[in-house]
Design a protein around this ligand. Structure first.
Ligand code: GAR
Length: 202
């Protein structure tokens, strides 16, 4: 399976995917790392490992979201990508892009969806006073942080937590969950029936 990874910032989830490949836990080919942010450190790590990288800067497209997404789409197709992973990609994708990658587009979000969609999910969890937080990997549909849920991992929220400490605890789970879901996908174990995800046992 050829994957394309879309990142905007730090890129630790991308790094977790590359680490899982290197350690032999994950058998996928990263065909492209694509960022809307030329400064993303993820681009440097990928380039060090001879993974093709590309910047498609949304600022170059002004308000023309479709042209921006057409450029993303073209780059992914030209590298033969089968499945797109949003790993901290902080641009909302419109139906134009989402429909083209239907059921081949996954996202990781730092909350137990459907709770706390959008920005600052960890802060939202703290403000709501929930006792469990976590992360979700899901197929992307046309909403924001919506679509069939593939897997979730929960962590406790401690009385002493700040946004930073809670985010760090969730991030550790993200780094395990995303490579695991990709492992299931590459093994053909994931199917969607009536908007619900089934994971075949082996
Ligand atoms: C991660 O916590 C990811 O779940 C979140 O951005 C962070 C990216 O970190 N994504 C979203 O909030 C998407 N709605 P990273 O660049 O170190 O992987």
């Amino acid at each position: 399976m050829n994957i394309g990874i879309l990142v905007s910032g730090r890129g630790s989830n991308m790094a977790a995917i590359l680490d899982a490949i290197q350690s032999g836990d994950l058998n996928v080919n990263v065909s492209l790392v694509l960022s809307n942010n030329p400064q993303s450190p993820a681009l440097r790590r990928a380039a060090r490992e001879n993974i093709p990288t590309k910047v498609v800067n949304h600022r170059d497209y002004g308000k023309d979201r479709e042209a921006f997404e057409a450029a993303l789409d073209a780059a992914l197709r030209s590298e033969g990508v089968d499945c797109v992973v949003l790993a901290g990609f902080m641009r909302v994708l419109t139906p134009f892009f989402v429909r083209r990658w239907k059921e081949r587009l996954i996202n990781i979000h730092p909350s137990l969806l459907p709770a706390f969609r959008g920005l600052h999910a960890q802060r939202q969890a703290l403000e709501a006073g929930v006792k469990l937080a976590g992360c979700t990997v899901h197929f992307v549909d046309e909403g924001t942080d919506t679509g069939p849920i593939i897997a979730q991992s929960a962590v406790p929220v401690l009385d002493t937590d700040s946004e930073d400490t809670l985010s760090a605890r969730i991030l550790e789970e993200e780094h395990k969950l995303l490579p695991l879901v990709l492992h299931w996908l590459a093994g053909g174990r994931i199917s969607i029936e009536n908007d619900r995800v089934r994971i075949a046992r082996i």
